[in-house]
Design a protein around this ligand. Structure first.
Ligand SMILES: Cc1cc2nc3c(=O)[nH]c(=O)nc-3n(C[C@H](O)[C@H](O)[C@H](O)COP(=O)(O)OP(=O)(O)OC[C@H]3O[C@@H](n4cnc5c(N)ncnc54)[C@H](O)[C@@H]3O)c2cc1C
Length: 390
């Protein structure tokens, strides 16, 4: 493919045409604030404190950071975002992100909320996938526990977790949809992988309905992806896989050091990037078995995927390949890919403000620690503001 057929992520007119001047200004101010780590540290501390002592914080959070990164407090409130995305050829992945939930009742409630997103998507072409975080359906304690040491109560709790996973996957299959299972920390990921593989084996016979997640910042994951594909080949099911770099690097390294075991994380970013590219290539070379969902804000990786598709003669709109970014981040990638005809979807997190706070704090921290990311967002927003003011 000639380079002019590839998306140009620097095309800010196209990237931000869905934003009014006021919304663009809000984005600029927010990313300017997020580019100051000391400010994010203080802001996160204050937010956690306000939550702990139950101070009302909606007035400060809702029109700012929440409006940037979340769709609304419920599915109905997210409607305007869903519609705006669809009008720009981008589909929605409703993401109900309840974090730190622990009681059985709350885990059941999270499961019902995810079932609602599947229901909302079932007759609505604006939705691309459903998604859930396994720690919303099980306590972390249970996910991290050695199965051979399960007590009777643990076994009962585990069968409830399996039931929640199964009800989400079977409802998705019945609705003709697709569902992503997010990946989390290594100490709970083995249990998640086991459940995800069971679900893929049960629901991915004809096509990929259930998608597991592989984090390429782990040095063992490229091999895992290949072994998983061999197992799927032998058992006759499709692999659905979301490839990401991974969100818990600092936590993983710190825990490994504290507990004295080798870090599961790659030695440096170069190795993570190389494995991400190799994993993408492996998926594209095995598209008859693997369906790929690439979750990344990295311009080079996204462009590389476009190039690799073109080299292999894979159509831009091939349903077996999806690109994805998070709401409020990397709009230049999302909207330029969509304008070029690729399948693109945004995670649209939603939920009550208090429950979305841990997610928002993570977004803020990620944006302030990934210096390049924020600088790039800011540069492009400033470029667009200047273009509009010309
Ligand atoms: C749609 C979508 C879904 C996602 N789902 C998940 C999920 O289920 N689970 C999950 O864990 N994350 C998930 N993420 C987050 C993702 O893993 C990354 O944290 C985030 O997207 C940043 O990586 P990047 O590819 O966008 O860009 P980049 O900015 O190029 O990469 C940053 C990432 O590179 C890695 N990295 C940075 N420095 C180093 C270093 N010194 N050594 C080794 N590696 C390094 C880290 O993973 C870091 O997050 C998702 C992201 C998206 C867009």
């Amino acid at each position: 493919m000639s380079e002019e057929n590839l998306p140009d992520f620097g095309n800010t007119e196209l990237a931000f045409r869905h934003l009014s001047d006021k919304e663009l200004g809000r984005g600029r101010l927010l990313f300017e604030l997020l580019s100051r780590p000391w400010l994010v540290a203080i802001g996160s501390f204050m937010a956690k404190l306000a939550l702990a002592i139950r101070l009302p914080i909606s007035w400060a959070v809702k029109p700012t950071v929440y409006a940037q990164f979340c769709g609304g407090e419920n599915i109905e409130e997210s409607e305007a975002t869903i519609e705006m995305l669809y009008n720009n050829n981008v589909r929605t992945i409703l993401d109900y992100s309840a974090e730190g939930v622990d009681s059985e009742q709350d885990l059941d409630l999270t499961c019902s909320e995810i079932l609602k997103t599947i229901d909302a998507a079932s007759t609505d072409p604006r939705h691309a996938f459903a998604v859930f975080k396994p720690s919303g359906l099980s306590t972390n304690g249970l996910l991290s526990k050695d199965k051979t040491k399960f007590s009777r109560a643990d076994k009962e709790a585990w069968s409830r977790v399996e039931r929640r996973f199964r009800s989400i996957c079977s409802s998705t299959a019945e609705a003709g949809g697709r569902v992503l299972i997010d990946a989390e920390e290594t100490w709970i990921q083995d249990s998640i992988d086991e459940l995800a593989e069971d679900m893929m084996s049960d629901f991915n016979r004809e096509t990929a309905v259930v998608f597991t997640t592989v984090q390429l910042y782990r040095h063992d994951r490229l091999d895992y992806l290949k072994e998983l594909t061999n197992r799927a080949e032998e058992s006759g099911y499709h692999v659905g896989v979301k490839l990401v770099r991974g969100a818990y690097m600092e936590k993983e390294r710190e825990r490994a050091k504290r507990k004295g075991y080798p870090s599961p994380i790659q030695v440096d970013k170069k190795h993570t990037d190389a494995d991400f590219d190799s994993a993408v290539q492996f998926c594209l070379d095995n598209l008859d078995r693997i369906h790929l969902f690439a979750g990344s804000h990295n311009e080079t990786s996204n462009l590389h995927l476009c190039r690799m598709m073109s080299e292999r003669g894979i159509a831009k709109n091939d349903t077996r390949v999806t690109f994805s970014q998070l709401l409020g981040m990397s709009d230049p990638i999302t909207f330029n890919l969509a304008a070029h005809g690729y399948n693109v979807a945004k995670y649209v997190p939603y939920g009550p403000i208090r429950e979305a706070m841990p997610y928002l704090i993570r977004r803020a921290k990620e944006n302030s620690s990934v210096a390049g990311q924020t600088t790039r967002e800011l540069t492009l927003i400033r470029k667009e503001v200047a273009r509009r003011n010309r």
